[in-house]
Ligand binder design. Structure first.
Ligand SMILES: [Zn+2]
Length: 275
């Protein structure tokens, strides 16, 4: 019996983060992610990266700070508007010009988006398709660990200020309930919020949370948003023979499935036969 319930390296769980606006505090936040071997996606407004009058992350910092450490940079539009209030061509411009600027700064192909203010309209999806953006992150927490059917409506598990309960449940599932279906803990926020003396989760508390998760790192895959998206797409492309015993992976990404409840790797461009 084959089950498509595993992530990279046969893990049943994955952990990802998404941080918006490219603010100065991202410099400190990314150090924490590096320290605890976690991967995150940082969503930038490209208007700011060439503005040296502000305290935001600047274009030439992006590669050494994020890309060279394995993190992802994604779009957050050029000027941070309410996309759904704009003409579709202007929505497209906001996304595509952001993509171009971020690709220049990162030397990577940018394929993700976090919606400014978390809002979007039906035409936003068309603008994203035209700009070759494959996923869009909202701000609607669902408190669960499931992935969306439609990645243009990728709802996170939780904002970091309310994440403690979800983190506890995630660790419980990873350690004590491997029979559960698995899933992804997805935490989002803005790094400047950690400076707010009124916030329930400030720097120290967040580091405690990451350190706690780090103890269970063998049980989850630490990935960027895009790595999870690409993995799921590769998994959907696995071809099976009529009797279900032959599995062919036509993609360039290694995929793991469960066979008799054990992880089974189907390497990129490989065929695996089971009994
Ligand atoms: Zn924002």
């Amino acid at each position: 019996m084959i089950k498509f319930d595993r992530y990279k390296d046969g893990k049943r769980y994955a952990l990802t983060f998404s941080y918006d606006d490219g603010c100065a505090q991202d410099r400190r936040l990314v150090e924490l992610f590096n320290k605890y071997e976690m991967k995150a996606t940082f969503n930038f407004n490209s208007r700011q990266i060439n503005d040296y009058n502000n305290r935001c992350i600047h274009a030439e910092e992006i590669r050494p700070l994020f890309i060279e450490k394995g993190h992802e940079i994604a779009c957050h539009t050029v000027t941070h508007p309410h996309l759904e209030r704009m003409l579709i061509k202007d929505q497209y411009d906001e996304i595509m010009r952001d993509r171009e600027a971020l690709e220049k700064a990162t030397g990577t192909i940018i394929r993700g988006l976090a919606y400014p203010f978390g809002t979007y309209g039906a035409e936003t999806f068309t603008a994203m398709d035209t700009a070759s953006i494959v996923y869009g992150r909202t701000v609607q927490s669902h408190n669960g660990f499931t992935l969306p059917d439609d990645f243009k409506l990728w709802h996170p598990t939780t904002h970091h200020n309310e994440c403690e309960n979800a983190v506890r449940r995630f660790i419980y599932n990873v350690t004590k309930a491997p029979w559960r279906a698995g899933g992804v803990l997805y935490i989002w926020g803005h790094s400047y919020e950690f400076d707010n003396a009124e916030a329930p989760v400030q720097w120290e508390k967040f580091e405690e949370i990451l350190a706690n998760l780090y103890q269970y790192r063998d049980g989850y895959w630490a990935a960027t948003n895009l790595e999870i998206y690409d993995y799921v797409q590769a998994m959907k492309k696995i071809r099976r023979s009529a009797d279900g015993k032959m599995l062919y992976n036509p993609t360039d990404i290694d995929v793991w499935v469960s066979y008799k409840d054990e992880p089974l790797k189907i390497g990129a461009c490989q065929t695996v036969t089971v009994e």
